[in-house]
Design a protein around this ligand. Sequence first.
Ligand SMILES: Cc1ncc(COP(=O)(O)O)c(C=O)c1O
Length: 420
Amino acid sequence: MSNEETKISVSKTVPPVGSGVNEPDMTDWKQVADRYFMPTVKRCPLTLVKGKGARVWDDHGNEYLDFVGGWAVTSLGHCHPVVVEALVRQAQELIQASNQFYTVPQTKLARLLVENSCLDRVFLCNSGAEADEGAVKLARRFGKLHLNGAFEVITAFDSFHGRTLAMVAATGQRKFQEPYIPMPDGFINVVFNDLSAIKSATSGRTCAVMLEPIQGEGGVNVPDAGYLKEVRGWCDEKGILLILDEVQTGLGRIGSVFGYQQYGVEPDVLTLAKGLGSGVPIGAILCKEKASVFQPGDHGSTFGGNPLTCAAAYATVKYILDNDVSGQVKKVGGYLISELHKMKAHFKNITEVRGLGLLVAAEFNQDIAEDLVMACMKHGLLLNKVKPNTVRFIPPLIITEKDVDQALNILKRTLQHIGD
Ligand SMILES: Cc1ncc(COP(=O)(O)O)c(C=O)c1O
């Protein structure tokens, strides 16, 4: 054994699995995971092993109706046949190639996204944070070239743009920033749904405003109908870019292919991820020609545009477009919201129901979200706590009204025993 290896094993404070000390039961995946992972997330005590449509199964064979959907990711449901088929076919042909070369799946995906949006150019990456950070880099390039070096990006309180250091600074939530202070420069967080706040924060240093059409992780906050139009007008007046973060709202989630279509605005830059690949990790930055300022070498990614993920994303987007999934979301999401409003009339502890399409939240008069999520789980429904007093409904886009009825029946039964 080398000195280095000796040093490593001696410095370990937690005995490894196989050491005979505190040996976890190898079939208890929760225990094994808790031993090996950095504890970055408080997980539900459930090990998922299988998914189909809007349902998942745990390692004991129990079935759950999944209204979490991998955090608004499994847009076509779990293991949709068109996605599985695209993955299997592509896995047999070409899994990875560097962006030094052209590949077919990424080219087909880029064309599909551009031809069905108001944007002209695409950069493909691997996640929402990476897409948003790339969008900010694009805006800074734009600022250097066209706005005398302006570099600041105005974002909103209660927004969420990801977990990289720069995107934590962009994310207007103290709880994500505090552990990592000092924050990188160049972001100003202002009140959401208030044009005057953006106006006051705008200066000669501003190159862009970045907003979510509806704030997802911040609690499903829907702005006034005219807000984005006003922001668009202000950005035009100042010659700065409007970046819409549609990582969560994009690709059918709120009842239109893109969220901006419901607000009568066109962004200069748009980011996507989550539902884009119906479960595979992929993100995208789209932009208008005027904002397409990256030159070769300015930005890049090893896995961005990977043939395997692009094949799945192409199959996903094509299915969403060909089958009017957004129209279905509008209907079933409308049904979910109206049924929740009916519940609100009966359950005094529900104080607010908000959202659009299948990005919906119910707020309570007490911090019962965690208890509610756990209790619903025991009855076969998976929900997401988005705030201590708020649960979020972000199921696959293909759910039916029957699924909504099943979910809300579980929720009603559970609520009768929680809070007051
Ligand atoms: C609007 C929005 N932007 C960015 C992100 C970050 O995406 P990712 O977790 O894929 O990095 C999220 C994630 O929840 C999001 O909701």
